[in-house]
Each structure stands twice: as structure tokens, then as C-alpha cells.
Design a protein around this ligand. Structure first.
Ligand code: SAM
Length: 231
């Protein structure tokens, strides 16, 4: 029990496979990630639909992840960052500093995949728009990630101010997967304000080039992959 609410737990398994070779041998091109979820504990205790979309995109780019400094914002259970770490990136996973239980759960998600926090991955509290000392030690990064962090319009600017700070003066990019929940919501003006520009990745051409069926993956949800870079 937590806060009087029952916690229903489950272990969710995500399986990533590469394209078959000619003889069907897929050895070495297979990754299984398990995420312990607490369905009724809060937003950060289960994996949102945007996360597998971003994780699959990273999987399609896995050959380029090795050695990259990757930082994920608003991780929740951290599926994309855990995948990046398994593919050889140096990963820092973050979630709100105000949610210590979420950060503890994030540690458990890493450990469930054989990643030891502090050794294999770094976990820190990072609240969007809040520039505490820790944030100043996070640069440089090569790749910033987030899934489903544009879900509350009053926080869009906080997310983008953090992104702008972390990308400033680097060649890094911000890859984010998000679910479109209202056609009235837009980050266009904020991108301009924070000297950023964004481009949606075309999921159909990505499917053609990677062999990953993104349409099947997202089903009838309005999920998108957006790349943001400094202007
Ligand atoms: C919709 S959940 C998405 C979680 C995860 N990225 C996923 O896709 O499964 C939003 C996440 O943002 C985190 N979050 C909310 N407000 C935040 C803030 N002000 N600063 C940092 N993280 C925040 C939440 O704790 C939660 O983990």
C-alpha cells in the first residue's frame, strides 16, 4: 500500500530484435528489457506509450549509440535510457528532484536490467526549469532524450528552457517522443523564444529504412518523434 492506495505491480517485458540476416540468424541483435511497474503509484511508475516508440528508434540507431553521452529527462521508468545504456552509451537518467520515490523506482528499473546506478548509469534529480548546481555539471551531452514530457502545457516552457540550456554551445540534439493530446497545444512559439528549432521525423520513411513497423507500434495513438536542435 502507498498513500492508502493499493499498488498493483507487474513486470513488463520489451523485446528488441534486429532484421533477420539471410540465414535467419539474429544472434547479437536481440535485447530484452524488463520494467517493474506499479500501476497505481503515479505517472513515473509505469511506461507510457511514447517510451517504446523512442526506444525502438534508438534501437534502429544502436550502432551509433556506443560511447555517446546521453541524458534522459523525465525518465519515469527509463526505458529509452536503459536501452541506450545497454547499447553502449554513457547514460544519465533524470526525473523530478521532488519525486525521490520515483528516482528510487528508476534505480530498481535499472537493476532489473543488470545496470548498477552509480557504476553503469547515473541517476539524478533534475526538475525542468530549475537550475540547481547539479544541472551545471551535466554538460556536455551528445544526445538528450525524453518521452511523454509534453503532457502538461504549463510545463512546456520549463522543459524547453532545460533543453535549451543543455544543448547550448554543443552539437547535441534532443530527441523526444510525445503523444498529441490536443491539437490546440503547440510549442512553436516557445521553440523560437528559446532559440530552438524542431522537425518531426517521418515514421513511414523510418519504417521503410529500418524495417521497423512504426505504424503497428503506435497503433491508433497520435504519437510523434520530434528532433530539436539549437537554431
Ligand atoms: C507522462 S510521464 C512519462 C514517463 C516516461 N518518460 C515514459 O515515457 O514512460 C512524465 C514524467 O515526467 C516527470 N516529471 C513531471 N514533472 C517534472 C518536472 N517538473 N521535472 C522533471 N520531471 C518531471 C514525471 O515524474 C514522469 O516521470
Amino acid at each position: 500500500m502507498s498513500d492508502g492506495r493499493p499498488l498493483s505491480g507487474q513486470l513488463k517485458k520489451f523485446v528488441f530484435r534486429g532484421k533477420s540476416t539471410n540465414n535467419g540468424d539474429k544472434r547479437g541483435d536481440y535485447l530484452e528489457i524488463v520494467i517493474p511497474e506499479l500501476l497505481s503509484a503515479g505517472y513515473s511508475f509505469y511506461t507510457w506509450p511514447s517510451a517504446p516508440l523512442l526506444a525502438w528508434f534508438l534501437w534502429s540507431q544502436r550502432k551509433h549509440l556506443r560511447g555517446l553521452r546521453v541524458l534522459e529527462l523525465g525518465c519515469g521508468t527509463g526505458l529509452p535510457g536503459i536501452l541506450a545504456s545497454k547499447c553502449g552509451a554513457h547514460v544519465t537518467l533524470t526525473d523530478s528532484v521532488a519525486l525521490p520515490r520515483s528516482l528510487t523506482h528508476l534505480s530498481a528499473c535499472c537493476e532489473a536490467n543488470g545496470l548498477i546506478p552509480g557504476r553503469d548509469v547515473q541517476i539524478i534529480g533534475l526538475t525542468w526549469g530549475l537550475f540547481l548546481t547539479d544541472v551545471h555539471n551535466l554538460q556536455p551531452v551528445d544526445l538528450l532524450l525524453a518521452s511523454d514530457c509534453f503532457y502538461e502545457p504549463s510545463q512546456f516552457e520549463e522543459v524547453l528552457s532545460t533543453v535549451s540550456y543543455l544543448l547550448d554551445g554543443t552539437d547535441a540534439r534532443f530527441l523526444c517522443a510525445y503523444q498529441e493530446r490536443s491539437s490546440d497545444w503547440s510549442i512553436e512559439a516557445l521553440l523560437k523564444k528559446w532559440s530552438l528549432k524542431g522537425a518531426l521525423l517521418n515514421l513511414d520513411s523510418l519504417s521503410d529504412s529500418s524495417g521497423i513497423d512504426y505504424r503497428a507500434l503506435i497503433g491508433d495513438r497520435s504519437l510523434h518523434l520530434l528532433e530539436i536542435v539549437p537554431v
